[in-house]
Design a protein. Structure first.
Length: 500
């Protein structure tokens, strides 16, 4: 019997009532293993109503109560990390070690939320005028929503909801319909930790559910991670409906390799950053920019390492890379490689014909490496989101920076060099929100914020860190003046001496 994934509303499982379901496949076999209920407008409204009702008390709850529950949730999440990783592997396809790493990065943001009291401290200025004080405080928004992608079904939601609920908001999550099970298991663990009913809700679905969240008058803010076209749509639509929005879009992350770099370290980094999690990461390195005469040697070193990657089912402990999430996505990724030579690229490795014995119906694709890629090539201009690495060649550092800065994306970038002066120039001159120096995937730790520039971010706030706290709260300034007790009317004795 096919497993059914239902909604989580008001602290309990709620069976889908719309009659619409979407298939969830095991990427390693291609078989449909699960059906996920798609929410109607009424079902989204029910989740928002539950969150709004819960906010009446949760928004007034103490910081101690909120963080106590989050500490318990953290312990449960840690205890169940293997189980959640297995759910991710079964529906996304990534290998178990990658899935465990995803859970670990989500735990990092839960850690931050457990200590949210530091970020929520206000400010006080005394005696700004005679007997006048001014205080600045931060308060929650109300009901907030998260719309998250398939590539990190546990981590990306945990970039959002722990901070949101720690700040006193209530949350409605619309996870990817391609791998929905992890989000429901997380909801169950939150309930087990003692989170009150309605504080965290999960509704599954498609554009119907998304649009209703963007339009609903009781949703005060929307967080999103996904492709640039959808991020732009989310930002435009939610903003037009008066909501605060952070919408993280796509990427084309570059790695600039200077002639003085350790080429073995650079090749190791390029392979892990390009092909880890089958390239289905918004922080994947998809373009290596080789400066000067090192290009041939660097490409050879990347090829040698890439050819050794073991591809197989994610639950096989010997696998280093799994399948792509759907057949449609697999075919789209393959099309970039199949058309590369006609656009002027040299195809060093072509993984489009790869299959795994015994799993022939899985969504398999092998490692692809394209060299001498022109900037006009489709494989360079678009986010591929698969195990395809483009190598571009330039003559100088300045040419490399100009090439990277000409990209419409500005998510993450890296430089590999032994020259501290060059690295310092790069981190100041490059137009990207996250920069690595001899670090290929510069995802910030939890107490710094994650986000890009240009077409990689729509909105003013990055996620988690201090930006996350500011996004899920709004500031208020209170100016107070109290008369001195010695000025109390005659006959009223407050115990103060009248010698002022």
């Amino acid at each position: 019997m096919t497993k059914i994934v239902n909604h989580w509303i008001g602290g309990r499982t709620v069976e889908g009532a719309s009659g619409n379901f979407g298939p969830v496949t095991d990427p390693a076999t291609g078989a449909v293993t699960t059906e996920v209920a798609f929410a109607s407008v009424d079902e989204v409204d029910a989740a928002v109503a539950a969150a709004k009702e819960a906010y009446l008390t949760w928004g007034q709850s103490s910081l101690a109560q909120r963080t106590s529950i989050l500490f318990k949730f953290r312990a449960l999440l840690d205890a169940h990390r293997d189980e959640i990783a297995a759910l991710i592997t079964a529906e996304h396809g990534k290998v178990h070690s990658d899935a465990l790493g995803e859970v670990a990065r989500g735990l990092e943001i839960v850690d931050l939320a457990c200590g949210i009291n530091v970020q929520l401290k206000g400010e006080l200025s005394t005696q700004v005028a005679s007997r006048v004080d001014v205080a600045a405080i931060r308060q929650p928004l109300g009901v907030v929503a998260g719309i998250t992608p398939f590539n990190f079904p546990a981590m990306v939601p945990m970039w959002m909801f722990p901070i949101a609920i720690a700040c006193g908001n209530t949350f409605v999550l619309k996870p990817s319909e391609k791998d929905p099970s992890a989000s429901v298991r997380i909801a169950e663990l939150l309930a087990e930790a003692g989170l009150p009913e309605g504080v965290f809700n999960v509704v599954h679905g498609d554009k119907v559910a998304v649009d209703r969240l963007l339009e609903h008058p009781d949703v005060k803010a929307v967080s999103f991670v996904g492709s640039t076209p959808i991020a732009r749509y989310i930002h435009t639509t939610a903003s037009a409906n008066g909501k605060r929005v952070q919408a993280l879009g796509g990427a084309k992350n570059h790695m600039l390799v200077l002639p003085d770099a350790d080429l073995d370290a650079a090749a190791d980094a390029a392979v892990s950053a390009a092909y880890g999690s089958a390239g289905e990461r918004c922080m994947a390195i998809s373009a290596v920019v080789a400066v000067g005469s090192i290009a041939d040697t660097l490409v050879d070193k990347i090829r040698e390492r890439a050819e050794k990657i073991k591809i197989g089912p994610g639950n096989d402990p010997t696998s280093e890379m799994g399948p792509l999430i759907t057949k449609v996505h697999r075919d789209k990724v393959a099309s970039y490689v199949e058309g590369a030579a006609a656009e002027g690229s040299e195809v060093v490795l072509d993984g489009t014909g790869y299959t795994v014995d015994g799993f022939e119906d899985g969504h398999w694709i092998g490692i692809s490496l394209l060299d001498k890629v022109p900037t006009t090539a489709k494989a360079y201009q678009e986010e591929i989101f698969g195990p395809v690495l483009c190598v571009l060649r330039v003559d100088t550092y300045e040419d490399g920076v100009a090439l990277i800065n000409a990209s419409p994306f500005g998510n993450g970038t890296a430089i590999f060099t032994r020259d501290g002066g060059a690295a310092r120039r790069f981190q100041l001159e490059i137009e990207a929100g996250m920069v690595g120096v001899n670090v290929p995937i510069p995802v910030p730790v939890g107490y710094h914020s994650f986000g890009g520039w240009k077409d990689s971010l729509f909105g003013d706030h990055h996620v988690y860190g201090n930006d996350g706290t500011h996004f899920y709260t709004r500031g208020k300034v209170v100016t107070t003046r109290w008369p001195d007790p010695s000025e109390a009317p005659a006959g009223v004795d407050l115990g103060f001496p009248r010698n002022h």
